[in-house]
Structure formats: C-alpha cells, structure tokens
Ligand binder design. Structure first.
Ligand SMILES: [Zn+2]
Length: 62
C-alpha cells in the first residue's frame, strides 16, 4: 500500500512596503535570504529557522 504525499505550498508572496522610504516590493513569506530595500538599503526580511521575519509593512498577501 502506497500513499502519496503531496506537499501543499505554504509559501506565499507578500507585497511589502519599506517603513523608511515607502518603496514596495514582493517577497516570499518563507524567504531564506536577507532582503534589503532597493531604495534605501533598509533590511526588510530577516531569514530565520522556520520562516522569514518581515520588518516592513505588509501591504497585501498575493
Ligand atoms: Zn526603503
């Protein structure tokens, strides 16, 4: 007897807005890399063990 495990996608795209300069960009909610603002260099996303820590204003979930 075989069971197939189909992983459901937990990652989402988030539209976030830089707190400092207001520039918006899209990021993965489970990003494993540090993401900096294109405009001012402010760190927007910190990677952590299980999920990304977002230090920006989340505009919407895409
Ligand atoms: Zn910025």
């Amino acid at each position: 007897m075989k069971k197939k495990m189909i992983p459901s996608p937990k990652t989402k795209f988030l539209q976030i807005k830089c707190i400092k300069c207001g520039k918006e960009r899209n990021v993965f909610s489970a990003s494993t890399t540090q993401i900096k603002c294109d405009g001012c260099g402010q760190i927007l996303v910190h990677p952590s063990a299980s999920k990304a820590v977002i230090e920006a204003k989340i505009v919407k979930v895409l």
